[in-house]
Write a protein that binds this ligand. Structure first.
Ligand code: KIV
Length: 289
């Protein structure tokens, strides 16, 4: 098995120019698929409020829900590095509640780091507090979904010289506060390049062009599972919604027509001795705490 990823791996990858592959996951099955594909960072994003829970934004997601999903994702991972989003519910309330949430992310959720949105003085204080107490923090600037109402919708950020300069400043301050990496979401490509060149920690882009040190996408988007909404910058590497609908439709037709399950109790498969051996033993997977 390859060595497990750590924040030192990402610092090294920035130096050598090897891109950091990041994807969101919300359950153990998807986590296992990410692991098998060699993904470097798995993010349990609060995007689960939209893709799993069907909300219009990430604001209703609770800390307990984040912890539940992070824990089940952790059971599917061995090499990839696991990051949990600190949800809106926990961050702006107080430094104490945000710190307590981050502690629970690592101790109960089995996360290895947390992600926090923005670069306000309050967030910088939080990042500094957490990272100086052994909790790695991934920053997130540009389009920060937890501030959707303040931004007036999900829109590209940093388009003017002033707003671009503010984002560049924010990224520098996050680095100074101790963040180990920064997500750059929905900002002009040139600005993402400028930020990536200006900081020594890796940048992970989403809708920020090719110059970042890594990329992140929402798994449901890249797999084409989400048919209701898909941001323009997403590339769909598969059309799983089509395949799933076809398979579910075939199943429904066969059940209604009495074709499935077959009358043959062996389910159409030859018994084990005709296959020349014993059926494979079920190997129970070790339970993660
Ligand atoms: O919540 C999320 O999934 C995210 C990524 C899209 C960066 O924050």
């Amino acid at each position: 098995m390859k060595d497990a990823m750590t924040i030192r791996s990402f610092a090294e990858m920035k130096k050598t120019g090897r891109k950091i592959v990041t994807v969101t996951a919300y359950d153990a099955t998807f986590a296992q698929l990410c692991e098998a594909a060699g993904v470097d960072i798995v993010l349990v994003g609060d995007s689960l409020g939209m893709v799993i829970q069907g909300h219009p934004n990430t604001l209703p997601v609770t800390l307990d829900q984040m912890l539940y999903h992070t824990r089940i994702v952790s059971r599917g991972l061995s090499r990839a590095f696991l990051v949990m989003d600190l949800p809106f519910h926990s961050v702006p309330v107080s430094l104490d509640s945000a710190t307590a949430a981050a502690v629970r992310a690592l101790s109960e959720g089995n996360a290895q780091a947390v992600k926090v949105e923005g670069a306000t003085p309050y967030v910088l204080q939080l990042v500094s507090h957490l990272s100086s107490h052994g909790i790695p923090v991934m920053g997130h600037v540009g389009l920060i979904p937890q501030s959707v109402h303040q931004m007036g919708g999900f829109r590209i950020q940093g388009k003017t010289p002033e707003t671009g300069a503010r984002l560049l400043d924010g990224a520098r301050l996050l680095q100074e506060a101790g963040a180990f990496s920064i997500v750059l979401e929905a900002i002009p490509h040139a600005l993402a390049r400028e930020i990536t060149d200006a900081v020594t920690i890796p940048t992970i882009g989403i809708g920020a062009g090719p110059h970042c040190d890594g990329q992140v996408l929402v798994s449901y988007d890249l797999l084409g599972l989400n048919e209701t909404y898909c941001p323009r910058f997403v590339k769909k590497y598969a059309q799983l919604a089509e395949i799933a609908k076809q398979a579910l439709g075939d199943y429904a037709s066969e059940v209604r027509a009495g074709i499935f399950p077959p009358a043959d109790e062996r389910g159409g498969k030859p018994p084990a001795d005709e296959r020349g051996g014993k059926p494979p033993a079920e190997t129970p997977k070790p339970e993660k705490p």
